[in-house]
Design a protein around this ligand. Structure first.
Ligand code: ZN
Length: 174
């Protein structure tokens, strides 16, 4: 396994739609393992392939807490088949928007069809944090970021700050 670089906003790739995968093979499993390692070391609880610069419909999630047994979930070609009318609010952050958090209202429950690490078709019913996490990550596959649910003013402010941070990161001292 090896760690990959995480793409940070503003970057146009984060606004592109990811493409479906044809099959689950060892190359794809290698990417899934790399994404998991990248997510664990960030640390984060969810990561979409686009966040490591690959426009494929692939997500890794692990909601296990510190000290608990790891419980990774690999979602290939995830497809939401149901979103509840009932909503819930979580404070969300994103590895591509480091240091920024905001409350986002989403459907409380969702149902999902996906293909797993072994290439098997699966179904999943999610609520609570898992439901929010899945919807946040599926949004990434469609070029949507959580800041898109905020007012334009708030969104522009966050992007401005991130731009400034990125510039400072590129400074070199000789
Ligand atoms: Zn994110």
């Amino acid at each position: 396994m090896s760690k990959r670089d995480i793409v940070v906003e503003p970057n146009p790739i984060l606004r592109k739609k990811s493409q479906s995968l044809e099959k689950v093979d060892n190359d794809l499993r290698k990417l899934m393992d790399d994404m998991l390692e990248t997510m664990y070391s960030a640390p984060g609880i969810g990561l979409a392939a686009v966040q490591v610069g690959i426009l494929k419909r692939l997500i890794v999630i692990d909601l296990s807490k510190d000290g608990e047994k790891k419980n990774p979930l690999f979602l290939v070609n995830p497809e939401l088949t149901f979103k509840s009318k009932k909503t819930s609010i979580h404070e969300e952050g994103c590895l591509s928007l480091p240091g920024h958090f905001a409350e986002v209202e989403r459907p409380a429950e969702c149902h999902l069809n996906y293909i797993d690490y072994n290439g098997k078709e699966k179904k999943l019913k999610a609520d609570g944090l898992l439901s929010t996490c899945i919807q946040h990550e599926v949004d990434h596959l469609n070029g949507i970021l959580f800041i898109d649910y905020l007012s334009k003013l708030k969104r522009d402010m966050i992007i401005k700050k991130l731009k400034k941070n990125n510039k400072e990161k590129n400074k070199i001292i000789l």
